[in-house]
Design a binder for this molecule. Sequence first.
Ligand SMILES: Cc1ncc(COP(=O)(O)O)c(C=O)c1O
Length: 348
Amino acid sequence: MTAAVTALPAYLPDPGYELVGLPQLRAAIAESYRRRGLPTDGDQILVTSGAQHGLALVLRTLLDAGDRVLVDSPTYPNALLAIAQAGGRTLPVALPADGWDFDALVAGVRQGTPKLAYLVPDFHNPTGALLDAAGRARLVETLRATRTLAIVDETLVDLRLDGPTLPPPVAALDDTAITLGSMSKSCWGGLRIGWVRAQPAMISRLAAARPGTDLGTPVLEQLAATYLLDRLDQVTAPHRAGLRERRDVLTRLLTAHLPDWRWTAPHGGLVLWVHLPLSSTALAMAAQHGGLLLTPGTKFGSAVNLDSWLRLPFTQPIDTLREAVDRLSGASRGLPEQASPTAAPLTI
Ligand SMILES: Cc1ncc(COP(=O)(O)O)c(C=O)c1O
């Protein structure tokens, strides 16, 4: 922010309405895609106030009332909210805890003929899953066959903690894909800087629609984002090391104190997606009495057996994680056991 404030006076003589974003930030974002092997120019980037703003703008611009949007079940709850607010109807496809089910996906797009598909292939929220290169190729092939436009949310892509190297971005396989990016998880949510990457004609279409709700993202934050993007690895390395340690501590604590709970430790992101032998809604209510706030699985979609799943973030300091697991095991005692398959969540 100090660097941003120092750079700001040069911008004050201008009106400050940056509808598509500051040229140097668009260039820095484009460069970050080129580093990932995806040729990108600045005119393919629209800077937004976070990825969620980008998603809402894309949906509002492209959806007509009643259009269907394919979503994973479970998925990021605020995406479901944005789809509903844009007049869309969701077409949920079950996402098993261990990765994507392509037969279900193919059946979903064939039967439901969605206009758009909202996908989180990099450290999915809430499952943490990473879609591999072969899966990406299959996904693109499936969507192309039915002319379904992909909205690829890459908000968590910078939080790789270990495991395989990142596969190519979906947009490298499908040049019509609309990609959402963000500084929120790599740097700070309070920056409120995100972006949309798409073909220049789509960016122009989104820019033409944008003034209906806002006229640009604040310049000071864009300057800070430009500074951070130029040294992103240096900024994220300690953050990622901390998350890796916290993930490992949380899994060790759960193994020791709640041996019936099951999860697949993710190679990135911020959360564990945990299968419970009891209702996560009942657990969340019991835990709240003990001062522990939890998000039950039912927040992440409408499938009936999401109630057997709980999203547990590993973002808190280690002492807080210890205390949280103590309170979790206290809250779970006395709750009735609930038999539920660990297999793919059912979609209704
Ligand atoms: C998958 C996903 N998309 C979007 C967002 C929101 O991102 P932003 O803060 O850039 O609006 C989040 C935040 O948790 C997220 O997990």
